[in-house]
Design a binder for this molecule. Structure first.
Ligand code: GLN
Length: 253
């Protein structure tokens, strides 16, 4: 037996650099498994040969420095009311990040609050931070079920929606996709989600990224290019993503 130390995997494959992922308000805004989006980013960053750092930002926390990717999930109207003041206090910082090209993924409740406002059906209007040119009106109709949409950028996107707020897009954003199953932003125009700069917004939970790795890799590629000037992809294991997509596509509405 040789006493020579074997190289550790880290030494054999030195990290291409650290990418810091910040999850916004996971305490209140994290329903239907939205946490899974942060976990997928963490794992795929590793698979691509970079080092992930996953941080949480909750109401009252110091805002982390050097954010590379931001993710935020959905929440009940009551959760949105809890975070609204803190979110307004962070509006300028978040706007600068979005305008500067930081990659972000916001789902459902935070998608709504990244827009201009969410007028709830029970009364209060929750102001948004206006990164996205969208507005949301609460209704008595709840849009629930599995969704499939076509996106020129990411191919077919699959997920699950559950919201009573209905969102309409202004001229400052593009839709993320066009639904072929389900409702999406509202019960009328067939659009789902919104795209602005490197911000991806969607109503879809499930969570979204395990079934849609093309979106995860877009966020990682964009973050790496901004930070290091280039993205050198690794070899992610997409078997489970493929199975999850096949399974989700077969589910009824
Ligand atoms: N409370 C919001 C609505 O019902 C958002 C719901 C969610 O994030 N799933 O429209």
């Amino acid at each position: 037996m040789t006493s020579e130390a074997q190289p550790t995997p880290r030494e054999a494959h030195p990290s291409k650099g650290t990418l810091r992922v910040v999850q916004l308000y996971p305490r209140e805004m994290n329903i239907y498994g939205d946490w899974g989006n942060a976990l997928v980013l963490q794992q795929r960053i590793r698979w691509h040969g970079y080092t992930p750092e996953l941080l949480e930002y909750n109401v009252g926390d110091d805002f982390p420095e050097d954010v590379d990717i931001l993710v935020g999930g959905g929440g009940q109207d009551s959760g949105q009311l809890v975070i609204q003041d803190d979110l307004q206090a962070r509006a300028e910082q978040l706007k600068q990040l979005a305008d500067g090209g930081a990659p972000m993924l916001v789902i459902c409740g935070l998608y709504q609050l990244f827009g201009k406002f969410f007028k709830t059906s029970t009364g209060p209007t929750i102001p948004g931070i206006g990164i996205l040119d969208v507005e949301t009106h609460g209704t008595d109709e709840r849009l629930i079920g599995n969704v499939i949409m076509k996106s020129a950028e990411f191919g077919d996107i699959l997920g699950y929606e559950n919201h009573s707020g209905q969102t309409t897009l202004g001229p400052g954003v593009e839709p993320l996709g066009t639904v072929t199953k389900g409702a999406g932003n509202n019960s009328k125009d067939g659009h789902e989600g919104a795209r602005y700069n490197n911000v991806v917004a969607s109503y879809l939970h499930g969570s979204l990224l395990p079934k849609n790795p093309a979106i995860a890799d877009f966020l990682i590629r964009t973050a790496a290019e901004r930070k290091f000037g280039t993205f050198v992809p690794g070899t992610p294991d997409d078997d489970y993503a493929r199975l999850a997509r096949e399974h989700a596509a077969r589910r009824p509405r």
